[in-house]
Design a protein around this ligand. Sequence first.
Ligand code: ADP
Ligand code: MG
Length: 403
Amino acid sequence: MDDLVADDIARFEASFKNITQRYRLINRIGEGTFSTVYKAEDLLYDHYQNDWDLEANKENRDSDSSAVKQSLVRQQKPRYVAIKKIYVTSSPLRILNELELLHDLRSSPNVCPLITAFRHQDQVIAILPYFQHKDFRDYYRDFSMDEIRDYLRNLFSAVKSVHDADIIHRDIKPTNFLYSPSQRHGVLVDFGLAEREGTDYHHCQCCYEQEERARKVQSSVYARKLDAARTSNVPLPKPSYPKDDQRPSRRANRAGTRGFRAPEVLLKCTAQSCLIDIWSCGIILLTFLSKRFPFFHSADDIDAFIELSCIFGKQKMKQVAFLHGQILQTNIPSMTETGHSWEKIILWCTGRNKKSAEGPGEGLSEDEKEAINFMRACLNLHPGNRISAEECLEHPYLNRTES
Ligand code: ADP
Ligand code: MG
């Protein structure tokens, strides 16, 4: 542990009353936008252990006491914990939201459960079981297709339980999905941006409303120009973006991480659904298949939209923009009408696009083709046509037995 981390831990121990009586802080394991996370040992663990022994002896004289202990460990009493110190600048409502959602999801096997939470003055800490995992950067390039499948089965079963509870995670990405390749087990963490899916609309209804709105806006602006053209005999204008648009700009939840935001988030769709998480999972699969991380590098939403447009092509992006009440106008020369296929992109990214003197370059394996089809279903631009977490888990790609 370096001196800076040791100082930070010492400051935390001094400022959070009585924390050292309950936990022994071991190391700092994460520093995110909204929190600092420490690994710690629960000093009451041995105490529980004794209780469990007594309990096991009393009630399960004939049964295996280690099995009882195991089940108690599963009931969230591990020796090692992760202490998430949520920055005091986070609003109390936001902190409460994260803790409540974690509490609701406590029985989901692939979601890291909340053990408890403490507050001292304005500082709130959440206590989670410590989950041993490997850094994504250390394995994403080397995973076999079977390992990718294992990872995704864990990820989608986490996402399914979140969505079954009508919760949108909003920030699915490798650093929020802790995975242990040796255990073939992973857990979803970080519900700091998560929210309950609205109950007053069906997903994508907004798209129809926005579509209607876009048509109205476009036709009213166009109608005015048309009238002017008729009376003054000037050539008919083409329908275009209303440059003197006086309407207030649209406000929508844009939370998430760049490179993982679904098109409807980039387009500020006001009724986003759980399907934004499926898009982010699709981006993780794209990372595995292309062996590039991060795959998208854009600094802002407009750049992100351009990146997507270069792949999907102008035609499809215009349609999706229109679906959410926006109009896409561009003169970027590298953006083609029809874009590029995922197959071609994966070959490019993995250096297999070059044709050698002996013949065509190495192609995609059948496994890869199936993975790309699955990814395409996750990365459908139209949320209404995107596959759900439940459908993902039933997809033939995730149900292949080991090759
Ligand atoms: P933030 O909101 O700051 O991103 P996270 O909940 O994502 O906070 O935690 C930040 C990092 O801390 C994670 O990326 C992970 O490396 C580590 N971490 C969080 N929870 C655990 C846990 N239960 N076990 C092990 N490491 C964890
Ligand atoms: Mg995080």
